[in-house]
Design a protein around this ligand. Structure first.
Ligand code: GLU
Length: 300
């Protein structure tokens, strides 16, 4: 039996709060409870929002909680070439198109349809003629979007030209330890961005590549990312990567039921450390389901 490899993969765009502690503990314990490995990956592809002092704080917070990670810390900012190679592969498969739209243009597009996961990209740049596309790609800032309809055609079990690495039978499925078998429905996300205007990768691409590259067998993360897994499962199929087992856990919320977020002033772990709170005791309380006053669990 392969041993369990789990990971904690925070974005260093702010200080961690107790909801992150909860997630890190669940992932750490999933691995260590099975005699496996627990990895730390810093998701810092967003060069404008990521900060090295937040990375330092993350490492201190985990140590304070009594969570040790195995091996070196992986920084996504050092792996941009790898993501770029995957983008080139997907381009060569004819599955990406450049998108020149600004956020404001997309928001203003009144006819934008909504999927279960929010507004869908209306497909404006999918319809640009080849000659115009080549000219604009050379001169204008652009992102790269997945042509979902083409991707799904390519993965249709009846398709003749399915690339070897994508070969599979039946629908794309992933297993979630809490939700059971889930059929991937990437349609709910439409044509997602895989390379951003300001970074050679998006969250979806980098996370999928790195979970495979690090040999992660169990992805333990918050239920707020359940929907994203529909895209990750599709990318695994297109790139010929293994599918880990998932465990999307309930989130922590404040008294009013509002989800904790970096922006809504949830107390940070750094502040709790500074106040002399015992992190290991806090971790044990969370493990036992004893949440500090003012917090409760919430379905995503
Ligand atoms: N970096 C993501 C975040 O901080 C988490 C990624 C993941 O667990 O897949 O929200």
């Amino acid at each position: 039996m392969t041993s369990v490899v789990a990971r904690f993969a925070p974005s260093p765009t702010g200080l961690l709060h107790i909801g992150h502690a909860w997630s890190a503990i669940l992932s750490h314990d999933r691995a260590k409870g099975a005699g496996g490995r627990f990895l730390l990956r810093i998701e810092d592809i967003d060069g404008t929002r990521s900060r090295s002092d937040y990375i330092d704080a993350i490492e201190r917070d985990l140590a304070w909680l009594g969570l040790d990670w195995d091996g070196p810390v992986l920084l996504q900012s050092e792996r941009l070439d790898l993501y770029g190679e995957a983008i080139e592969r997907l381009k060569a498969m004819g599955l990406l198109y450049p998108c020149f739209c600004t956020r404001a243009e997309i928001a203003a597009s009144l006819s934008a349809p909504h999927g279960d996961a929010g507004p869908l990209y209306p497909g404006t740049c999918r319809h640009i003629a080849d000659s115009e596309r080549a000219r604009r790609t050379a001169g204008e800032e652009h992102a790269w979007r997945l042509d979902l309809a083409r991707a799904l055609d390519m993965l249709d079990p009846a398709a003749e030209e399915m690339p070897d690495q994508a070969r599979h039978d039946g629908p794309l499925i992933w297993h979630d330890e809490l939700a059971g078998d889930v059929v991937a429905r990437p349609e709910m996300h439409g044509d997602v961005i895989l390379a951003r205007k300001d970074a050679p990768a998006s969250y979806h691409l980098a996370v999928t590549i790195d979970d495979a590259a690090q040999g992660v067998t169990h992805v333990v993360r918050g239920g707020d990312l359940f929907a994203a897994t529909h895209v990750h499962r599709l990318l695994q199929a297109l790139l010929g990567l293994p599918t880990p087992i998932y465990r999307h856990h309930v989130l922590l919320a404040d008294d009013s039921g509002a989800r904790l977020a970096k922006r809504n002033k949830a107390p940070t772990l750094q502040a709790m450390r500074g106040a002399g709170i015992d992190g290991r005791a806090l971790a044990d309380d969370l493990r036992a389901g004893r949440l500090p006053i003012g917090f409760r669990t919430s379905e995503a």
